[in-house]
Design a protein around this ligand. Structure first.
Ligand code: DC
Length: 223
């Protein structure tokens, strides 16, 4: 039987790191849905497609092929066969991705893909609307949060490890702007599902967070 853990929360709340570590510990397949929106955004930037060019976006979505390799390790993201793991984290994509993810055509296409990828598997899937829209019946739902300032600090560090230089001010601005767009959009906005467990990670270490989430999941599994 498939087992689904949904991890939602705002940009930079630590979802990526936590999802990877919890997935490794419990043998769950890690699916990063933000990376899928980032791939669509990168492809639009490459082809110079604007947000109001719906026909061109549809055409792009018909041809797009996104693969996530790594399962329980650091994910490698392939877009139409090319490893774009690093490119999708760059500034241009960061600045545009929230706007792209407001589009109905994009959300519909990715919703189908997200459900298909998880079919029959034990997964831990991170995003903004996993517990509310993609898998409203997920076995475990977690909503991870932290202050915008803490999330900006984490973004700077995370990017540095990936060889991308970002200033604190730039990261903070981006985090705030994305919070605004992600939570105010019409379709599938970022919000805590009623039955999700809220965790504010501002003062928690990564180890504490992982331990708490692993405990929550194990309790549900052993019920
Ligand atoms: O998690 P992330 O920062 O990589 O996500 C990038 C953007 O994708 C985010 O600003 C909003 C969008 N997104 C979304 O709308 N729904 C999801 N399930 C995941 C991401």
């Amino acid at each position: 039987m498939a087992f689904i853990v949904a991890i939602d929360g705002p940009a930079g709340s630590g979802k990526g790191t936590i999802t990877k570590l919890v997935g490794e510990k419990l043998g769950l397949i890690n699916i990063d849905t933000g990376a899928m929106f980032r791939c669509v955004t990168l492809e639009m930037l490459k082809k110079n497609i604007r947000i109001d060019e719906e026909e061109k976006i549809k055409e792009l979505l018909d041809k797009i092929n996104i693969d996530m390799v790594g399962g329980q390790q650091e994910l490698q993201i392939f877009l139409n066969g090319e490893d774009v793991s690093k490119k999708i984290r760059e500034k241009e994509v960061n600045d545009f991705v929230s706007s792209v993810s407001t589009l109905k055509v994009v959300r519909e296409k990715l919703l189908g893909l997200q459900r298909k990828i998880a079919e029959g598997k034990n997964v831990i899937m991170e995003g903004r609307d996993i517990g509310t829209v993609v898998f409203p019946n997920a076995d475990v739902k977690i909503y991870l949060d932290a202050t915008p300032e803490e999330r900006a600090i984490r973004r700077v560090k995370q990017n540095m490890e990936k060889g991308i230089t970002t200033s604190y001010e730039e990261a903070l601005q981006n985090v705030k702007k994305r919070d605004e767009i992600d939570s105010k959009r019409e379709i599938a906005p970022l919000k805590k599902a009623k039955d999700a467990i809220y965790i504010n990670s501002t003062e928690l270490t990564i180890e504490d967070e992982v331990r708490r989430i692993v405990d929550i999941i194990e309790k549900v599994k052993n019920k």
